[in-house]
Ligand binder design. Structure first.
Ligand code: C5P
Length: 208
């Protein structure tokens, strides 16, 4: 199972809170895993990316829909890579009508969404492999290692917004992978297809 893209959290019927994730990294990973012979289900947030016919795709919009899709198939999966940029907060109340412009400022109350990756980490069987991403802007390595332990991951893939050519909309990415032993592997800036291959190689190393 692979998750990809952003989630959109509705404010009213015409507005949402979202982020700049293009879905490119997750779609490249789904492709690469399928090429290696995996039976891939791709759970995708709103994105313009096209998936290949050999990947089973489930389209979702919100973090809650992504959570439901993930939890419904997680027990059947061997490898899960959570690449999606899931919203951490959503409006507490979704207005049923378009919110009208007012003279004063508008305050939206936000509530936390469920951390899908942490939820799966809690329910993970010993034989299942769980890979998470960390996109950080500061103190990158410590946050990434913290996520690995807190969310019960087998690998965490760190990309920093400080690296040129890495991040949301680029066709390239520069990653560092940490394994459970907190060993670090640094990679060069590469196309997201090549990065996907490196992540798959790291996953295959755990299986062997
Ligand atoms: O804690 P943080 O959001 O930085 O963790 C990023 C990782 O957790 C990514 O793998 C992302 O897909 C996943 N995540 C999730 N559900 C959330 C937030 C993050 O699955 N609500």
């Amino acid at each position: 199972m692979v998750t990809a893209g952003p989630t959109y959290e509705a404010i009213d019927p015409v507005r949402f809170i979202g982020n700049h994730s293009s879905g490119k990294m997750g779609f490249a990973l789904a492709d690469e895993l399928a090429k290696l012979g995996a039976d891939v289900t791709l759970i995708a947030g709103p994105t313009a990316q096209k998936s290949n016919a050999y990947v089973k795709r489930i389209d979702v919009v919100s973090a809650e829909e992504m959570l439901n899709a993930c939890t419904s198939i997680f027990s059947e999966t061997d490898i899960t890579v959570m690449c999606a940029a899931v919203a951490d907060y959503r409006p507490k109340i979704i207005a049923s009508q378009k919110i009208k412009k007012q003279e004063s400022a508008l305050v939206l109350e936000l509530e936390k969404t469920v951390d899908i990756l942490a939820t799966l980490g809690k329910n993970k069987r010993e034989s299942q492999i769980l890979v998470g991403f960390a996109l950080e802007t500061n103190d990158e390595e410590n946050y990434a290692k913290g996520k690995l332990e807190k969310k019960n991951l087998d690998l965490v893939v760190l990309n920093s917004l400080n690296d040129q050519g890495a991040g949301f909309k680029a066709d390239t990415n520069k990653i560092t992978i940490f394994n459970k032993a907190l060993e670090r592997t640094l990679f060069e800036l590469k196309s997201k297809t090549e990065v996907a291959k490196d992540i798959c190689t790291a996953i295959l190393k755990i299986i062997k």
